[in-house]
Design a protein around this ligand. Sequence first.
Ligand code: ADP
Length: 303
Amino acid sequence: KKVADRYLKREVLGEGTYGVVYKAIDTKTGQIVAIKKIRLGKQKEGVNFTALREIKLLKELKAPNIIELTDAFPLKGNLHLVFEFMETDLEAVIRDRNIFLSPADIKSYIQMTLKGLSFCHRKWVLHRDMKPNNLLIGPNGQLKLADFGLARIFGSPDRKFTHQVFARWYRAPELLFGSKQYGSGVDVWAAACIFAELLLRRPFLQGTSDIDQLGKIFAAFGTPTSSQWPDMLYLPDYVEYQYVPAPPLRSLFPMASDDALDLLLKMFTYVPKARISVKQALEHRYFSSAPPPTDPAKLPRPA
Ligand code: ADP
Protein backbone atom coordinates (compact mmCIF):
# COMPACT_ATOMS: atom_id res chain seq x y z
CA LYS A 1 0.00 0.00 0.00
CA LYS A 2 1.32 3.36 -0.96
CA VAL A 3 1.52 6.30 1.44
CA ALA A 4 0.36 9.58 -0.08
CA ASP A 5 0.19 7.74 -3.42
CA ARG A 6 3.96 7.85 -3.67
CA TYR A 7 5.89 5.99 -0.94
CA LEU A 8 6.08 2.21 -0.54
CA LYS A 9 6.42 1.46 3.16
CA ARG A 10 9.15 -0.94 4.29
CA GLU A 11 10.41 -1.87 7.76
CA VAL A 12 10.46 0.30 10.85
CA LEU A 13 13.91 1.78 11.43
CA GLY A 14 13.37 2.87 14.98
CA GLU A 15 11.42 4.95 17.43
CA GLY A 16 12.58 8.53 17.64
CA THR A 17 11.88 11.51 19.80
CA TYR A 18 8.76 12.53 17.90
CA GLY A 19 7.49 9.19 16.68
CA VAL A 20 8.30 6.17 14.58
CA VAL A 21 10.71 6.26 11.64
CA TYR A 22 10.36 3.82 8.77
CA LYS A 23 12.13 2.97 5.57
CA ALA A 24 10.26 3.46 2.29
CA ILE A 25 10.79 3.58 -1.44
CA ASP A 26 9.95 6.75 -3.28
CA THR A 27 8.19 5.41 -6.37
CA LYS A 28 8.62 8.74 -8.11
CA THR A 29 12.43 8.67 -7.95
CA GLY A 30 13.23 5.05 -7.06
CA GLN A 31 15.24 6.33 -4.09
CA ILE A 32 15.17 4.80 -0.62
CA VAL A 33 13.92 7.30 1.94
CA ALA A 34 13.34 7.51 5.70
CA ILE A 35 9.88 8.71 6.76
CA LYS A 36 9.43 10.23 10.17
CA LYS A 37 5.85 10.07 11.42
CA ILE A 38 5.15 12.83 13.92
CA ARG A 39 2.09 12.60 16.13
CA LEU A 40 0.17 15.85 16.10
CA GLY A 41 -2.76 14.36 18.00
CA LYS A 42 -3.08 16.48 21.12
CA GLN A 43 -2.06 19.76 19.55
CA LYS A 44 -4.48 22.41 18.39
CA GLU A 45 -5.26 22.90 14.71
CA GLY A 46 -3.37 26.18 14.65
CA VAL A 47 -0.16 24.50 15.71
CA ASN A 48 -0.35 22.26 12.66
CA PHE A 49 -0.44 25.25 10.34
CA THR A 50 2.48 26.86 12.14
CA ALA A 51 4.38 23.59 11.95
CA LEU A 52 3.70 23.24 8.25
CA ARG A 53 4.86 26.76 7.55
CA GLU A 54 8.06 26.14 9.53
CA ILE A 55 8.58 22.82 7.77
CA LYS A 56 8.39 24.62 4.45
CA LEU A 57 11.33 26.76 5.56
CA LEU A 58 13.31 23.64 6.54
CA LYS A 59 12.75 22.23 3.05
CA GLU A 60 14.70 25.20 1.70
CA LEU A 61 17.74 24.37 3.84
CA LYS A 62 19.93 22.47 1.41
CA ALA A 63 23.64 21.95 2.02
CA PRO A 64 26.15 19.09 1.75
CA ASN A 65 26.24 18.50 5.52
CA ILE A 66 22.50 18.80 6.19
CA ILE A 67 20.11 15.91 5.72
CA GLU A 68 17.64 16.85 3.04
CA LEU A 69 13.95 17.04 3.87
CA THR A 70 12.50 16.07 0.51
CA ASP A 71 8.78 16.04 1.29
CA ALA A 72 6.31 16.73 4.10
CA PHE A 73 2.60 15.99 4.31
CA PRO A 74 -0.10 15.55 6.96
CA LEU A 75 -1.96 12.23 7.00
CA LYS A 76 -4.44 10.85 9.55
CA GLY A 77 -3.45 13.22 12.32
CA ASN A 78 0.25 12.62 11.76
CA LEU A 79 2.78 14.78 10.03
CA HIS A 80 5.04 12.77 7.72
CA LEU A 81 8.53 14.07 7.05
CA VAL A 82 10.49 12.43 4.23
CA PHE A 83 14.30 12.45 4.39
CA GLU A 84 17.04 10.97 2.26
CA PHE A 85 18.00 7.55 3.67
CA MET A 86 21.30 7.29 5.52
CA GLU A 87 23.17 4.08 6.28
CA THR A 88 24.69 4.74 9.67
CA ASP A 89 25.44 7.45 12.21
CA LEU A 90 28.35 8.81 14.22
CA GLU A 91 27.28 7.02 17.40
CA ALA A 92 27.74 3.67 15.65
CA VAL A 93 31.20 4.76 14.47
CA ILE A 94 32.29 5.91 17.94
CA ARG A 95 30.97 2.74 19.58
CA ASP A 96 32.48 0.28 17.09
CA ARG A 97 35.59 -1.15 18.79
CA ASN A 98 36.89 -2.47 15.45
CA ILE A 99 37.23 1.07 14.16
CA PHE A 100 40.41 3.04 14.75
CA LEU A 101 39.92 6.78 14.42
CA SER A 102 43.10 8.66 13.50
CA PRO A 103 43.53 12.37 14.39
CA ALA A 104 42.82 13.14 10.71
CA ASP A 105 39.58 11.11 10.81
CA ILE A 106 38.40 12.93 13.95
CA LYS A 107 39.22 16.26 12.30
CA SER A 108 37.16 15.30 9.25
CA TYR A 109 34.11 14.24 11.28
CA ILE A 110 34.11 17.35 13.47
CA GLN A 111 34.72 19.64 10.47
CA MET A 112 31.69 18.21 8.65
CA THR A 113 29.63 18.62 11.83
CA LEU A 114 30.65 22.28 12.13
CA LYS A 115 30.08 22.94 8.41
CA GLY A 116 26.51 21.66 8.73
CA LEU A 117 25.95 23.80 11.83
CA SER A 118 27.52 26.84 10.20
CA PHE A 119 25.08 26.67 7.29
CA CYS A 120 22.07 26.50 9.60
CA HIS A 121 23.28 29.22 11.94
CA ARG A 122 23.75 31.50 8.93
CA LYS A 123 20.04 30.93 8.22
CA TRP A 124 19.21 31.62 11.89
CA VAL A 125 18.11 28.05 12.57
CA LEU A 126 19.35 26.34 15.74
CA HIS A 127 19.57 22.59 16.09
CA ARG A 128 19.11 22.33 19.90
CA ASP A 129 19.36 18.56 19.97
CA MET A 130 22.84 17.72 18.69
CA LYS A 131 24.12 14.26 19.63
CA PRO A 132 26.13 11.59 17.81
CA ASN A 133 23.06 9.61 16.67
CA ASN A 134 21.69 12.74 15.00
CA LEU A 135 24.80 12.93 12.83
CA LEU A 136 23.99 10.56 10.00
CA ILE A 137 26.55 9.14 7.60
CA GLY A 138 25.80 8.56 3.93
CA PRO A 139 27.20 6.05 1.44
CA ASN A 140 30.13 8.29 0.43
CA GLY A 141 31.13 9.00 4.02
CA GLN A 142 29.46 12.39 4.13
CA LEU A 143 28.24 13.36 7.58
CA LYS A 144 24.88 15.14 7.65
CA LEU A 145 23.01 16.74 10.51
CA ALA A 146 19.51 15.36 11.07
CA ASP A 147 16.51 16.75 12.95
CA PHE A 148 17.40 20.37 12.32
CA GLY A 149 14.93 22.88 13.67
CA LEU A 150 12.49 20.19 14.81
CA ALA A 151 13.03 20.97 18.49
CA ARG A 152 11.76 24.51 17.94
CA ILE A 153 8.74 23.48 15.90
CA PHE A 154 7.56 20.54 17.96
CA GLY A 155 8.78 21.65 21.34
CA SER A 156 11.67 20.38 23.34
CA PRO A 157 11.88 16.59 23.07
CA ASP A 158 10.12 14.93 25.97
CA ARG A 159 12.87 14.03 28.43
CA LYS A 160 10.61 11.47 30.09
CA PHE A 161 11.21 9.05 27.22
CA THR A 162 14.05 6.74 28.14
CA HIS A 163 15.77 7.03 24.75
CA GLN A 164 16.08 10.76 25.31
CA VAL A 165 18.15 10.76 28.49
CA PHE A 166 21.39 10.75 26.52
CA ALA A 167 20.61 14.14 25.05
CA ARG A 168 21.34 15.59 28.51
CA TRP A 169 25.04 14.85 28.08
CA TYR A 170 25.22 17.41 25.25
CA ARG A 171 23.33 20.22 26.98
CA ALA A 172 25.00 23.58 27.52
CA PRO A 173 25.24 24.94 31.09
CA GLU A 174 22.87 27.85 30.33
CA LEU A 175 20.17 25.32 29.28
CA LEU A 176 20.72 23.28 32.44
CA PHE A 177 20.28 26.52 34.44
CA GLY A 178 16.94 27.03 32.67
CA SER A 179 17.87 29.83 30.26
CA LYS A 180 15.11 30.59 27.77
CA GLN A 181 16.99 33.19 25.77
CA TYR A 182 19.73 30.93 24.60
CA GLY A 183 21.35 31.14 21.18
CA SER A 184 23.58 29.31 18.74
CA GLY A 185 26.05 28.69 21.56
CA VAL A 186 23.99 25.68 22.69
CA ASP A 187 24.88 23.92 19.44
CA VAL A 188 28.57 24.84 19.86
CA TRP A 189 28.60 23.29 23.35
CA ALA A 190 26.97 20.11 22.03
CA ALA A 191 29.47 19.97 19.16
CA ALA A 192 32.27 20.28 21.73
CA CYS A 193 30.84 17.30 23.63
CA ILE A 194 30.82 15.33 20.37
CA PHE A 195 34.41 16.43 19.62
CA ALA A 196 35.43 15.22 23.11
CA GLU A 197 33.57 11.96 22.55
CA LEU A 198 35.46 11.35 19.29
CA LEU A 199 38.74 11.86 21.17
CA LEU A 200 37.77 9.68 24.16
CA ARG A 201 35.60 7.11 22.35
CA ARG A 202 33.03 7.41 25.12
CA PRO A 203 30.56 10.17 26.11
CA PHE A 204 32.54 12.87 27.93
CA LEU A 205 30.09 14.27 30.52
CA GLN A 206 27.65 11.53 31.52
CA GLY A 207 25.30 13.18 34.01
CA THR A 208 22.56 11.09 35.61
CA SER A 209 20.25 14.09 36.21
CA ASP A 210 20.31 17.76 35.23
CA ILE A 211 21.91 18.66 38.57
CA ASP A 212 24.48 15.90 38.18
CA GLN A 213 25.15 17.04 34.59
CA LEU A 214 26.17 20.46 35.88
CA GLY A 215 28.30 18.74 38.52
CA LYS A 216 30.11 16.77 35.79
CA ILE A 217 30.67 19.96 33.79
CA PHE A 218 32.04 21.80 36.82
CA ALA A 219 34.31 18.90 37.73
CA ALA A 220 35.82 19.10 34.24
CA PHE A 221 36.12 22.86 33.81
CA GLY A 222 35.90 24.22 37.35
CA THR A 223 32.84 25.90 38.89
CA PRO A 224 32.13 29.18 37.07
CA THR A 225 32.45 32.17 39.38
CA SER A 226 29.96 35.04 39.37
CA SER A 227 32.71 37.42 38.25
CA GLN A 228 33.49 35.09 35.35
CA TRP A 229 29.80 34.68 34.40
CA PRO A 230 27.71 37.42 36.10
CA ASP A 231 24.46 36.64 34.22
CA MET A 232 24.51 33.09 35.57
CA LEU A 233 23.06 34.29 38.88
CA TYR A 234 19.86 35.46 37.15
CA LEU A 235 19.10 32.24 35.24
CA PRO A 236 15.76 30.67 36.32
CA ASP A 237 17.16 27.42 37.69
CA TYR A 238 20.44 28.77 39.03
CA VAL A 239 21.63 27.06 42.21
CA GLU A 240 24.91 27.59 43.98
CA TYR A 241 27.45 24.82 43.61
CA GLN A 242 30.37 24.12 45.87
CA TYR A 243 33.53 25.49 44.30
CA VAL A 244 35.78 23.02 42.52
CA PRO A 245 38.89 24.10 40.62
CA ALA A 246 39.49 23.04 37.01
CA PRO A 247 41.95 20.21 36.47
CA PRO A 248 44.36 20.76 33.55
CA LEU A 249 42.39 19.94 30.37
CA ARG A 250 45.46 18.07 29.13
CA SER A 251 44.96 15.48 31.89
CA LEU A 252 41.46 14.70 30.55
CA PHE A 253 42.60 14.42 26.90
CA PRO A 254 46.13 12.98 27.02
CA MET A 255 46.10 12.01 23.30
CA ALA A 256 44.80 15.28 21.80
CA SER A 257 47.04 17.72 19.93
CA ASP A 258 47.63 21.21 21.34
CA ASP A 259 45.54 22.70 18.52
CA ALA A 260 42.65 20.30 19.22
CA LEU A 261 42.73 21.15 22.94
CA ASP A 262 42.80 24.88 22.27
CA LEU A 263 39.72 24.68 20.04
CA LEU A 264 37.94 22.35 22.45
CA LEU A 265 38.45 24.75 25.36
CA LYS A 266 37.13 27.69 23.30
CA MET A 267 34.00 25.67 22.45
CA PHE A 268 33.55 24.76 26.14
CA THR A 269 33.45 28.42 27.25
CA TYR A 270 30.91 29.04 30.04
CA VAL A 271 29.68 32.51 29.07
CA PRO A 272 27.47 31.86 26.03
CA LYS A 273 28.31 35.19 24.38
CA ALA A 274 32.05 34.57 24.80
CA ARG A 275 31.87 31.03 23.44
CA ILE A 276 33.53 30.63 20.04
CA SER A 277 31.05 30.72 17.13
CA VAL A 278 30.81 27.89 14.61
CA LYS A 279 32.24 30.16 11.92
CA GLN A 280 35.24 31.08 14.10
CA ALA A 281 35.72 27.43 15.06
CA LEU A 282 36.01 26.48 11.37
CA GLU A 283 38.68 29.18 10.98
CA HIS A 284 40.68 27.84 13.96
CA ARG A 285 44.24 26.70 13.19
CA TYR A 286 43.29 23.13 14.20
CA PHE A 287 41.69 22.78 10.76
CA SER A 288 44.63 24.27 8.80
CA SER A 289 47.44 22.56 10.73
CA ALA A 290 48.66 19.03 9.93
CA PRO A 291 47.27 16.46 9.51
CA PRO A 292 44.66 17.54 6.95
CA PRO A 293 41.15 16.09 7.52
CA THR A 294 40.57 12.68 5.94
CA ASP A 295 38.65 12.63 2.66
CA PRO A 296 35.08 11.56 3.70
CA ALA A 297 35.08 8.66 1.21
CA LYS A 298 38.13 7.21 3.02
CA LEU A 299 36.74 7.44 6.56
CA PRO A 300 36.38 4.18 8.51
CA ARG A 301 32.79 3.02 8.86
CA PRO A 302 31.03 0.12 10.64
CA ALA A 303 31.10 -3.10 8.58
P1 ADP B 1 15.99 10.40 17.92
O1 ADP B 1 14.83 11.32 17.93
O2 ADP B 1 16.11 9.54 19.11
O3 ADP B 1 17.27 11.10 17.56
P2 ADP B 1 15.24 9.70 15.28
O4 ADP B 1 13.79 10.07 15.29
O5 ADP B 1 16.17 10.69 14.64
O6 ADP B 1 15.72 9.37 16.76
O7 ADP B 1 15.43 8.32 14.57
C1 ADP B 1 14.90 7.10 15.03
C2 ADP B 1 15.56 5.97 14.30
O8 ADP B 1 15.44 6.10 12.89
C3 ADP B 1 17.05 5.88 14.59
O9 ADP B 1 17.39 4.54 14.84
C4 ADP B 1 17.72 6.37 13.33
O10 ADP B 1 18.90 5.63 13.08
C5 ADP B 1 16.69 6.10 12.24
N1 ADP B 1 16.75 7.18 11.24
C6 ADP B 1 16.37 8.47 11.41
N2 ADP B 1 16.56 9.20 10.30
C7 ADP B 1 17.08 8.35 9.37
C8 ADP B 1 17.52 8.50 8.00
N3 ADP B 1 17.44 9.67 7.36
N4 ADP B 1 18.01 7.41 7.38
C9 ADP B 1 18.09 6.23 8.03
N5 ADP B 1 17.72 6.02 9.30
C10 ADP B 1 17.22 7.06 9.98
